[in-house]
Design a protein around this ligand. Structure first.
Ligand code: PLP
Length: 354
């Protein structure tokens, strides 16, 4: 199977082998050693020296932690949304009682930093701005550097969903002025679903100290206290930690810069190949993602039909459109353990189907 959805992504054989190891105690030195080894690598990929906490949760769990730990009910927040995962941040924030203003951009477009500047000028008192780094539902990457520069002029925290960005796309949390960043294991990190990472800087910890939204499992004070001992407050997904250790070793061996460069090349290759077939990209190409490409189905063709043919005849699984995009687009994942050959196979199969 050529698994070309934007997560879960395929596992390198070394990671598969690590996942089959015998269990160890979660309070053992062996387990703490894994966390101690992984943490600096995660920080490097996030571009931060801030606290890095490993959660046993899917990406959405880390998003929930990023809401519940830094805000109080009634706080005014600005949610910048360019697709389904931006909308999810809005839903979580509303669920926890935040007073949400949602700034929606047309699907396929990136967030316009000037529109964010205007929203902040209209209300300079937002407690937080939420933004998606890489919008997996539309194949768009937002310009976090520009957004960070604007939000940095205001007291608001900048809270970022980089679930499908970190480890595949450039991310400079400290330089760009991001206060909280979350990511999820099953995307570029080349391990199965079940771990999430959340980086928290000192500004965010200061907000955390007075934030009253309810939290227990995701209380990051507890996670921070345990992380000081390279542990987690509750039993972590130990098997996935084995996988994480191995995946990070593989990334270090390739070189972190080389990993990002490979994603850039594969993104360009996918977009060029798709266009050569006469298909149209869904995302504004100036902001097209290098971890997932969304493709419009040709006029009069249901994208689900293309997906079904790819699966039945070529054993290739690509993702469909989410919500109202279903049938109109399909999405090719090119993040994590992926090579030119994987992409060329998809392009070849598409050309035959078309
Ligand atoms: C950008 C983005 N945010 C959040 C999520 C949610 O992550 P999970 O499905 O692991 O909860 C995803 C997963 O597809 C994603 O791509």
């Amino acid at each position: 199977m050529n698994l070309r959805i934007p997560g879960p992504t395929p596992l390198p054989p070394e990671v598969q082998a690590a996942l089959s190891r015998q269990m160890i105690g979660h309070r053992s030195k062996a387990c703490a050693d894994i966390v101690a080894e992984a943490t600096p690598s995660l920080q490097e990929m996030f571009g931060t020296k801030a606290d890095m906490l490993i959660l046993t949760a899917s990406g959405t769990g880390a998003m929930e932690a990023a809401v519940a730990n830094f805000l109080s009910p009634g706080d005014e927040v600005l949610v910048v949304s360019v697709g389904k995962f931006g909308e999810r941040f809005g839903k979580i924030a509303r669920t926890y009682g935040a007073n949400v203003t949602q700034l929606d951009f047309t699907y396929g477009q990136a967030a316009d930093p000037q529109a964010i500047a205007s929203a902040l000028a209209a209300n300079p008192h937002y407690k937080a701005v939420f933004v998606t780094h890489n919008e997996t539902s539309t194949g768009v990457t937002n310009d976090l550097s520009a957004i960070g520069e604007i939000v940095g002029r205001y007291p608001a925290l900048l809270i970022v969903d980089s679930v499908s960005g970190a480890s595949a796309l450039p991310l400079e949390m400290d330089r760009w002025g991001l206060d909280v960043v979350v990511s999820g294991a099953q995307k570029g990190w080349m391990i199965p679903p079940g771990l999430a990472f959340i980086a928290v800087n000192e500004r965010a910890w200061a907000a955390h100290a007075t934030a009253t939204m309810p939290r227990f499992y995701f209380d990051l004070s507890a996670a921070r206290k345990s992380a000081a001992k390279n542990q987690t407050p509750y039993t972590p997904a130990v098997g996935l930690l084995f996988g994480l250790q191995e995946a990070l070793r593989l990334m270090r061996k390739e070189g972190f810069a080389q990993v990002l460069d490979r994603h850039r090349r594969l993104g360009e290759r996918t977009r060029a190949g798709v266009k050569k077939l006469g298909l149209r990209l869904f995302a504004d190409e100036a902001h097209a993602s290098n971890s997932v490409t969304a493709v419009r189905a040709p006029e009069g063709v249901n994208a689900e039909e293309i997906r079904a043919r790819l699966l039945a005849d070529y054993d290739i699984l690509v993702a469909g459109g989410q919500g109202e995009l279903k049938g109109h687009i399909f999405r090719i994942g090119h993040l994590g353990w992926v090579s030119e050959k994987d992409i060329d196979e998809v392009l070849q199969a598409l050309s035959e189907i078309l």
